[in-house]
Structures are given as structure tokens and as C-alpha cells.
Design a protein around this ligand. Structure first.
Ligand code: ZN
Length: 105
């Protein structure tokens, strides 16, 4: 099995950056965090809170989390369609890829 440590680090760095941006957007959209009970309840549901964030940003966060999950469970780098290994060059260019070049949408 290939060593994905470098890609994992890149994904984590990207995720931290996106999460920071998402939180910044939420701060713009929302009153101070502990303004009232309802807002605290919203803050507890992390994914729900992201619903107010730009859709493109949210989608990428979801995809990166999924990619990190695949690295953790050993399914990363395998095409979701044919099960073949995804070319490492492709993964480096697009770490969130779930399909080989032949099956890319
Ligand atoms: Zn494939």
C-alpha cells in the first residue's frame, strides 16, 4: 500500500484553512456566539452550523473529511467504480479524487 502521509498532511492543511474560512464566514453571518440559548444549540451541531456557509466551501470540507476518512480506513486511492488504484500523480493534483482517470466524471 502506498504511503499517503504527504497527501494526508496536504489535506489536513487544506481542511484547517477551509474550516478557518468557514468559521470566519459564520461569524459574519451570526451574532456573538452566546447571544442566546438557540444559538448555542446551533453551535453544538457542527455540520448544521456549516449549512450557512458557502456551498462550494462546505462541499470541499465534506470531501476532504471523506478523503481523510478513506486514508484512515485504508480505502484511499482506490477507484470507487473499478477498484483499481488511482494514479498517484492524479491524487497529488486532486487529493479528494475518488475515481481513476478512466472513470472520472
Ligand atoms: Zn476506475
Amino acid at each position: 500500500m502506498p504511503d499517503f502521509a504527504e497527501l494526508e498532511q496536504a489535506l489536513k492543511t487544506r481542511l484547517a484553512d477551509l474550516t478557518a474560512r468557514a468559521e470566519g464566514l459564520e461569524d459574519d453571518l451570526r451574532q456573538p456566539l452566546d447571544a442566546d440559548w438557540e444559538e448555542q444549540a446551533v453551535d453544538l451541531a457542527d455540520d448544521e452550523a456549516l449549512a450557512g456557509v458557502d456551498e462550494v466551501l462546505r462541499q470541499e470540507i465534506v470531501q476532504i473529511r471523506a478523503a481523510l476518512g478513506r486514508i484512515a480506513n485504508g480505502t484511499y486511492g482506490t477507484c470507487a467504480v473499478c477498484g483499481e488504484d488511482i494514479d498517484l500523480g492524479r491524487l497529488k493534483a486532486r487529493p479528494i479524487a475518488t475515481r481513476c482517470i478512466a472513470h472520472a466524471a
